[in-house]
Design a binder for this molecule. Sequence first.
Ligand code: BGC
Length: 348
Amino acid sequence: MGFCSPVCKVFRRGKYILLFLISLSVLAWIAHLSGETIKDAPVSFATPQALVKGDSLREKLNALAATPDRLITPAPKEECPQESPLLQGALKLSFESSLKLKDVESDNKAVIEGEYEPSDCTARQSVAILIPHRGREKHLLYLLHHLHPFLQRQQLHYAIYIIQQAGDVTFNRAKLLNVGYLEALKDYSWDCFIFHDVDLVPENDHNVYVCDKQPKHLVVGRNATGYKLRYKGYFGGVTAMNKEQFFQVNGFSNNYWGWGGEDDDLRVRVELQKMKIVRPPADIARYTMVFHKRDSGNKINKDRMRLLGRTPLVWRKDGLNSCTYKTMSLERLPLYVNVTVDIGKPLS
Ligand code: BGC
C-alpha cells in the first residue's frame, strides 16, 4: 500500500483523464455526424436528385412534401380590369384581297380551336360569338382577321362558332342562331352570346362584346347608312344577350326564311318580357359593312310582316324549344368551331 500509493494515484488520475478525453471525442464525433445530416437535409429534398439518391419511402414523401405549392396548384389569377388597358379605340380596318386564312391563323397563335382566354387575368365574361353563314368565305375571312385581335384586346374568354346552313334551301339566319346557342352550350356554360352578321366589322374596340343587365344592340351605325340608327326599334346586325335573357324569350323564331323580320321579331319577344334594349354610344358602336349583292338563296321574306303580327301569340311555342335540326358535322378548326346543320325547309 505504502509503495503503490503515490504511483497508483498518478495512474488512477490518468485513467480518469483518459476516460474523460475518450468520452469527449465520442461526443464530438456524434455531434459532427448529426450536424452534417441536419445541414444536408433541405438541400437534398429540394432537388429532384433526392428521389434518385435516397430510396426510402420517407425520403420520397419528404421530397414530395417539399415541392412548392405553386407547382401543383397555380395561384388564382386576378380578375381582368373593368376596362382593358389593351384597347386602342377607333381602328384602321383593312380588307386586303391577298389575305389568306393561314395569315390570320399565324397572327392568332393563342387561339386554340376558336377559343381564347387571357393568360394573365381571369376574364370578366365568357362569350360565345355566333355567326350564321353560307357561302360568304371572303367576308368570314375579313371578319376573323379583325374580330380575333379585337376580342383579345378586350381580355375576354371567348369562342367563335360558325353555323353553316347545309343545302340550298332559303337561308334562315334566326334558326341558325338558335342552333348556335344550343350547340355552344354543349361545350361550355357561356355567360353571354353575340349574334353576329358575317359582313359587319366593328370599327372601335371600346364597343366591348359583353352582356349587360338588358339585351344590347351593338350596331348603332354603319358606313353604308351614314352611321345612323336605321329606325328606333332596329335590333339587327350584332346583338348581345346573356344566357338567361335569350332563354327567357325562347330564342329567335324558327319561321323566318329569307331576308328580314327575324330581328324585329326578337325585339318584340324582348319587349314582351319587359326588357329594355340598351346601346353603346353612337361614336363607338360603329361598323363597316363589307359590300355584297343579295344572295340568291336569301330573297326578301315577303311574309315577314304577317309573321311579326303573330309573335305575341306564338313566341312560347316557336323558338329554342321547337328548334329541330340535324348536325351534319362539327369541326374544331384553328380559328373557329364549324357547325354544319340541316335545318329543314319552310313549311309551305
Ligand atoms: C327588316 C329587318 C332589317 C331592317 C334593316 C327591316 O325592314 O325587317 O330584318 O334588319 O329592315 O335592314
